[in-house]
Design a protein around this ligand. Structure first.
Ligand SMILES: *Cc1c(COP(=O)(O)O)cnc(C)c1O
Length: 393
């Protein structure tokens, strides 16, 4: 079984580049160049240097002793929460801004839902002195005021998307429109393993540093490079793609992808795409997505803003289809309890997205000698108000 993208940009039945004709030159320019750049020694040295000195990599692989005792198995946490800006997203935005520079672009656009990708993009634009425009749904701008403020402080312009439901998919439409209108000087930084080929593959490669480090760190601690399980939450799927990447062909490593069940899979308020989704096209890619009978994308819901995306990246649709990864859906309530549990057992406040991955410990029994790596995609500071409202602190 092959889990890498093929030369046509597909993972099995999923992926491709279903884009308007007018976007073709931009995407084609990227497709022709991205592998040359990524494999170039100068690119790699600049990328690795920034990951080390700016992001703070390698992030620790932390043996969670009290958590392990509680669940009677060996649990390691991959500490992406310790990255600069508080989550894994910066690994990708650094990679892409280096690609944009090499393509000779001077203007960066992005879209953001919760604002996390917008902040990670604004951060690297400030770092590189590039113009930055972030499209964001008008409703999301109201819901995510602190991230809007962060982006502005970092020098980005936040442009409201006022059409449709005024959320992420509308912001995406605006960003695509901008790119069509500014084809020569502008580069579009996409925030997850979604979008037209080559974005899903490129983003997975940038995030693959996560599993690269896990292998080396686990070897030092346990004398073997492969854990028994890798568990990660999936919004679009970039932190999971990074945590799975170097284990995809090692079938001894069981991969668990965790989606947000929201208020329950059958509640109508959920983001469990693998259960509720059907094949369709979103963001220029053929993949699983939540849609109405007549093919309209349905509004997803999760208590964690980073997981309420109506689709999953094509790699994950393929991992689901081939059963290479097991997909588990975790509700808001389960995630919130597991988030609080990590606070009390390890002194770590996780992002609510990451708390979904932790909740698998409650729904699944692992063996005493199993080595279970959970990707802690982000820290919980951004979620403090949600925690306060939920638990009445
Ligand atoms: C954005 C985000 C996610 C979800 O995005 P993926 O592309 O699925 O990784 C998960 N965790 C955190 C902390 C995030 O900020």
């Amino acid at each position: 079984m092959n889990y890498q993208v093929n030369e046509n940009g597909f993972y099995g039945d999923f992926g491709g580049a279903f884009i308007p004709e007018m976007l073709y030159p931009n995407v084609e320019e990227l497709r022709q160049n991205y592998l040359n750049y990524i494999n170039d020694a100068d690119f790699q040295s600049e990328f690795q240097q920034l990951l080390k000195d700016y992001v703070g990599r390698p992030t620790p692989l932390y043996f969670a002793k009290r958590l392990s005792e509680k669940y009677n198995t060996k649990i390691y946490l991959k500490r992406e929460d310790l990255c600069h800006t508080g989550a894994h997203k910066i690994n990708n935005t650094i990679g892409q801004i280096l690609v944009a520079k090499r393509l000779g672009k001077t203007r960066i656009i992005a879209e953001t839902g919760a604002g996390q990708h917008g902040v990670a993009t604004a951060t690297v634009c400030a770092l590189m002195g590039m113009e930055c425009i972030v499209y964001m749904g008008e409703i999301d701008i109201q819901r995510q005021a602190p991230n809007v403020a962060r982006m502005k402080m970092l020098g980005a312009e936040v442009r409201p998307a006022t059409s449709g439901s005024k959320t992420l998919k509308d912001a995406t439409n605006e960003a695509i429109r901008d790119w069509i209108n500014n084809p020569t000087n502008t580069y579009y930084i996409i925030g997850s393993v979604v979008g037209p080929h080559p974005y899903p593959d490129m983003v997975a490669r940038f995030q693959s540093i996560i599993s690269d480090e896990i292998k080396q760190q686990l070897f030092k601690k346990e004398g073997r490079k492969s854990p028994d399980y890798v568990i990660a939450c999936v919004g679009g799927g970039s932190n999971a793609a990074g945590a799975f990447y170097h284990f995809l062909n090692d079938e001894n490593v069981k991969l668990i992808a965790v989606e947000a069940a929201g208020k329950g899979i059958d509640s109508g308020e959920s983001a469990a795409t693998s259960v509720l989704g059907k094949i369709g096209i979103i963001h220029g890619s053929k993949t699983l997505l939540m849609q109405s009978e007549d093919g309209q994308i349905t509004e997803p819901y999760s208590i964690s803003a980073g997981l309420d995306y109506p689709g999953i990246g094509p790699l994950h649709a393929h991992l689901f289809d081939t059963q290479r990864a097991e997909f588990i859906a975790i509700t808001d309530n389960e995630a919130m309890q597991s988030g609080l549990n990590l606070c009390n057992t390890e002194g770590i406040i996780p992002a609510i997205e990451s708390a979904h991955a932790l909740a698998v410990l409650e729904t699944r029994k692992f063996k005493e000698n199993d080595i279970v790596v959970i990707n802690l995609s982000g820290r919980g500071d951004k979620d403090l108000n949600t925690y306060i409202d939920y638990f009445n602190f």
